[in-house]
Design a protein around this ligand. Structure first.
Ligand code: UD1
Ligand code: PEP
Length: 436
């Protein structure tokens, strides 16, 4: 387990360019399994989870070639389905969440898809029912071996149908879309997730020859086709990373320009930060965050305490609530952070309390933050990164705290943030990576 040693308390200044979006990349990479033709993907982030998935595809027989730093080609001409029965697959497949999305494409193209229980953040219950109920509705037979923790779906032929998803699951929707594009007839998915990740997946599939309407809405109609062809696709900038940088700038009183953010894909993220009092300016497609000595949390119109809560897109993404929480600790005013989707994502607040933050963890889903208005800085400390977003929130806290903090288990951060130490050091941070 590697560690970051951070000397915090200094403002940063400069430009940051967001990496390609982790959660889009995981979907797009799985979609390369849908064709035997060449697929070129640009702006792939160089992060742990994505690299693990690329390795898994390669183990499955996909020809992978890295064309430049962030561009790869994939050709799934000779997929080795036997690999799905190997112990190596069980080990690798279970090490990340995104691997679950190989099932839809494999089922659609080869009639079977297997996966061990996937990994990802331990942030509460993370059920997969939506995925498998969807496959069953398309005609697949589902089998879950509880002892082995192994999921299997098989189908001679998938048939389009109407389905109302039991929840707007992001990876579930992606998986079902990828199965339905090669099914016979029309599939209608209602209560579909519609994050930019899903929209991008649909755009990619359409460019491969799929017939999908309703992109961007929660009602998708997919007319199955016999075969998909190759394509070229560019991954959007990572909106979670952009949000993390906005929070970092405010908390550390830094002037930061975030380059090429694809602003119109950010949904309500910028406005949610503005309600915490963070000033920003859109310059072309860059976000300029000025140095701010203080920022004041808005109230609701009737004067009651603001709530920042997650919701399925176009609501606020749950992946940024940890960052909102840490940023609120130095704001003027109070806010209720309500993490509705996951029940174990707020426990890291203990560490912030140790650092001097005023937080009441009301229950596993809700934390009230009473901002310190930059009057008392957080104290440095030693901590362990519990999950990817709490990890980055703790990194932001450490960069704001004067003195030396240590964060262990930074693999959790590396899962989703490309060379975060080097990129932040380039604009004035002091982060040392200690590889154990
Ligand atoms: C690899 C990947 O893309 N991971 C993302 C994906 O995970 P993932 O696709 O696994 O998450 P899901 O969308 O399936 O669900 C996330 C959680 O929210 C709950 N839920 C979901 C929908 C809903 O309408 N109501 C509800 O309560 C689910 O029960 C679950 O506990 O989406 C999550 C929700 O945006 C993000 O946190 C993850 O970063
Ligand atoms: C929870 C996340 O990732 P994963 O779904 O891969 O665990 C995340 O990206 O915030």
């Amino acid at each position: 387990m590697s560690t970051f040693e951070i000397i915090g308390g200094q403002p940063l200044k400069g430009e940051l360019t967001p990496q390609g979006a982790k959660n889009e990349a995981l979907q797009i990479l799985c979609a390369t399994l849908l064709t035997d033709e060449k697929v070129t993907i640009h702006n792939i982030p160089n992060i742990l989870d994505v690299n693990k998935l690329i390795e898994l595809l390669s183990d499955l027989g996909v020809q992978v070639s890295q064309e430049s730093k962030n561009s790869y080609t994939f050709k799934a001409e000779n997929v080795d389905l036997e690999y799905l029965n190997s112990p190596e697959f069980v080990k690798k497949g279970s090490s990340l969440r995104g691997s679950i999305m190989i099932i839809g494409p494999l089922l659609a193209r080869f009639g079977k898809g297997y996966i061990p229980r996937p990994g990802g953040d331990k942030i509460g219950r993370r059920r997969l029912d939506t995925h498998f109920i969807g496959f069953q509705k398309l005609g697949a037979v589902f089998n879950f071996n509880q002892g082995e923790n192994f999921y299997r779906v098989e189908a001679k032929k998938l048939k389009g149908t109407y389905m109302l998803l039991d929840e707007a699951s992001v990876t579930g929707t992606a998986n079902i879309i990828m199965a339905a594009v090669l099914a016979e007839g029309t599939t209608t998915i209602y209560n579909a997730a519609c994050e930019p990740y899903i929209q991008q997946l649909c755009r990619m599939l359409i460019s491969m020859g799929a017939k999908i309407t309703g992109v961007g809405s929660n009602l998708l109609e997919i007319e199955g086709v016999q075969k998909l062809g190759g394509c070229e696709h560019k991954i959007l900038p990572d909106m979670i990373e952009i949000g993390s940088f906005i929070g970092l700038a405010a908390m550390t009183k830094s002037e930061i320009i975030i380059k090429d953010v694809a602003y119109k894909e950010l949904g309500m993220i910028p406005d949610a930060f503005k309600r915490l009092g963070i000033k920003m300016e859109l310059r072309g497609d860059d976000i300029f965050i000025p140095k701010q000595e203080n920022y004041e949390i808005d109230t609701f119109i009737d004067g009651s305490i603001l709530t920042v809560a997650d919701a399925p897109w176009p609501g606020l993404t749950p992946d940024l609530l940890s960052v909102f929480l840490v940023v609120a600790t130095q704001a003027k005013g109070s806010v209720l952070i309500h993490q509705k989707m996951f029940e174990s994502r707020l426990f890291f607040t203990d560490k912030l309390i140790d650092m001097g933050a005023q937080i009441i963890l009301c229950d596993p889903h809700r934390a009230t933050v009473i901002g310190l208005n930059q009057e008392n800085q957080l104290r440095p400390t030693t901590m362990v990164s519990p999950d990817i977003r709490a990890g980055v929130a703790l990194l932001i806290a450490a960069l704001s705290a004067e003195g030396k903090s240590t964060i262990h288990n930074i693999d959790q951060i590396d899962r989703g943030y490309e060379n975060i130490d080097l990129r932040l050091n380039a604009i004035g941070a002091n982060i040392k990576r200690i590889v154990n």
